[in-house]
Design a protein around this ligand. Structure first.
Ligand SMILES: Cc1ncc(COP(=O)(O)O)c(C=O)c1O
Length: 377
């Protein structure tokens, strides 16, 4: 399953293929004009510095912007020195695995969880301790039991989880914060979709509730551009020296030019207004997608109604295999993402659907393929 995602990205890109499978943002929502202006301004005003090496932990004005946003939107105050820029937030997982995991160490993960992160942590051979994801976030009893095994890390996506689309309720956040505090386990709060709540952020960050025990990872991939590869981690003071050294050793730094372009984009545009536009577009897309599901799919299958992000979680009846749905759809020109690869155990009857990437026409066509395959089963 190691290269399952990349395999799907390739298959999904084949001419004529409709994809509900990958985690790509909607191409048509990238602000090409805004980025072009930012690129021109960076080249003209910053000159050679824009193409030069820079600080290993990232472009300082961008780190200051992110630290300010942590204060204004994410509910906690940090210094720019706590913000360490990476090549997409994906790099954070490798860095954190490298820093904290030895083979056989316990690591709590959500079940299902984000496959890309699970693959990254796997390189350090931890023993994954799966905790089920529920509509309200995470199973608290299972989490309590998992924390009693003295795990080193707990990887979580409290907002609009990939793959399930679920978010932690306020009560779950409070209880998780109190469990994690002084547990000796470092929590990784992956906030990749946190800015994509259709009505704004859906809850306080875990980092604001337990600042010393949580590393928050963030990214501009889902809001401005995944191809520019600008992500970051916000670490507690005690981690700054080790994380800075580790990032420098791995890649010297993340891309100077992308960081400067994104910083210029943020300074020249009203980012909050821009986000409102993006959120509204995705909310509308989700409504259209769910309506199409309602119209086409048999009532033996069920799905959730996420309040942000990009994913809907579809369940077919227990005992049926979503891999077969995947294969049936593929034969007919639709790519969907079966649930099992996201799980440490179980998930064989689930399917992740991305409502953000396909056009409306593709949604209608794809849904009729999915409906036909489900009915045949
Ligand atoms: C939940 C989650 N975290 C992190 C990432 C990695 O994103 P990036 O490295 O582009 O910031 C993704 C990408 O799809 C994701 O879905």
């Amino acid at each position: 399953m190691d290269s399952f995602i990349m395999g799907l990205v390739e298959v999904a890109a084949r001419p004529g293929m409709i994809s509900f499978a990958t985690g790509l943002p909607d191409n048509s929502l990238f602000d090409l004009a805004g980025v072009r202006h930012a690129v021109d301004a960076v080249l003209e005003e910053d000159g050679g510095c824009s193409l030069q090496y820079d600080s290993p932990t990232g472009f300082i004005p961008l780190r200051e912007w992110i630290a300010d946003r942590c204060g204004s939107e994410l509910g906690f105050d940090v210094d720019a020195s706590n913000v360490i820029m990476t090549n997409g937030s994906q790099e954070c997982f490798d860095q954190l695995g490298r820093l904290f995991l030895n083979p056989g160490d316990g690591m709590v993960v959500e079940n299902p969880g984000y496959l890309g992160a699970l693959q990254s942590f796997s390189s350090y051979s931890p023993d994954f301790i799966p905790v089920d994801v529920t509509p309200g976030g995470i199973d608290l009893e299972q989490l309590d039991a998992a924390l009693s095994c003295n795990p080193k890390l707990f990887y979580s996506i409290p907002n609009h989880q990939n793959p399930s689309g679920n978010s932690y309720s306020l009560d779950t956040r409070r209880q998780v914060a109190s469990m994690i505090r002084d547990s000796g386990c470092l929590m990784i709060e992956d906030d990749a979709y946190g800015e994509l709540g259709f009505d704004g952020r859906v809850g306080p960050t875990m980092k604001s509730m337990s600042p010393e025990d949580v590393v928050l990872t963030g990214s501009f991939s889902k809001t401005i551009s995944p191809g520019m590869r600008v992500g970051w981690m916000v670490v507690p003071d005690w981690m700054v020296p080790m994380a800075s050294k580790s990032v420098e050793a791995a890649s010297l730094q993340s891309c100077t030019f992308s960081q400067r372009v994104i910083h210029r984009f943020l300074c020249k545009n009203d980012y909050d207004a821009y986000l409102v536009g993006l959120r509204n577009s995705y909310a509308e897309k989700k409504r259209f997608f769910l309506d199409a599901m309602e119209d086409a799919l048999p009532d033996t299958v069920s799905w959730n109604n996420p309040d942000g992000g990009m994913f809907v979680w579809l369940e077919i009846p227990e005992g049926y295999d979503s891999m077969k749905v995947f294969e049936g759809c593929l034969e007919r020109g639709l790519v969907v993402m079966p649930g099992a690869p996201f799980h440490v155990h179980g998930g064989g009857n689930a399917i992740r659907l991305n409502f953000a990437t396909p056009t409306r026409e593709q949604i209608i066509q794809g849904m009729s393929i999915l409906a036909e395959v489900c009915r045949r089963m």
